[in-house]
Design a protein around this ligand. Sequence first.
Ligand SMILES: [Zn+2]
Ligand SMILES: [Zn+2]
Length: 366
Amino acid sequence: MAKRDYYEILGVTRTSTEVEIKKAYRAKALEHHPDKNPDDHTAEDKFKEAAEAYSVLSDAQKRAAYDRFGHQGVGAGSAGFDPGFSNIEDIFDIFGFGDMFGQREGRRTTVQRGSDLRYDLEISLEDAATGKDEKLRIPRLEKCEECSGSGAEKGTTAETCITCGGSGQTRYQQGFFSVMRTCANCQGKGQIIKSPCKKCHGHGRVEKEKTIEIKIPAGVETGSRLRVTGEGEAGINGGPSGDLFIVLHVAANENFERQGADLYSVVPVTFAQAALGAEIKVKTLDGEEDLKVPAGTQTGTVFRIKSHGMPNLGGRGKGDLFVAVTLVTPKTLTKEQRKLLEQLAEIEDVDFSDESFIDKVRNIFG
Ligand SMILES: [Zn+2]
Ligand SMILES: [Zn+2]
């Protein structure tokens, strides 16, 4: 069966705002919710369809991918899509009404994925250019080995809560539909731990520091994110671990300014070098390059040294290095230098009348 367009499912347009999409989804979800339509498979399908559409359109990144590539872009195959929630309480949670139903913490016995973790890492421009292997020490919640994550002391097991029968929720009639509430007896855990594990105090998870090795690819820039699957926090009740996201910050460099894959630098030259022409050395990220400055070079002239910029991330080739020449006037002169310059001044005969200097002034003060 061909998949329907996500916008069509929710009855919104491609230009609809986040708020409009949220509102449309809420209406659809309440209309088709299985609790309100028992044994109606069409309603259940529509409910799941709406949940899938919302999960994509409510995520800016996924939405952009969907807009460009359609269903293929968000990896929505024909395999069963799990909307990730199943009761009305969850729908309210999505819209931020979770507090109406009591505490959220530890509410469910069902399997829960661990949280994603973010780690901010600063690297040098040189490392960003070459790529780097890095070892990170990440503090995170891991499954308690003492109790294998159950939270119950070794040799004991948690007992199923008799009030809710282990579901962690009790049905509550409210107006025209019934909602599920957190079970007050077990605080939604579905289980009662009589003797909690001493190591994790019944939480099933403990904080640990783990060393993780990552490979930073060449060409990364500030804001680049690396995802390490499964290295986030441990899941709850045997759920899968979250992911670890490493957000990179490339430190400012004293010699180079970066723009995309290109680098910019400034190199000083003397009046004699600029007037006569010269071969000078220019610093690059990984050493030095020769640069031929032709006779009559003006201050501010920019030269391009090809392929001495940053590598393109995940692509081929490198950017360029742009070098701006700056004329430096000597602050002190030896006797001989002064004599020669005085001789030069006597015979100097430059006609400035053809040149416009006002643009240069504007550049300086603009
Ligand atoms: Zn209970
Ligand atoms: Zn434990």
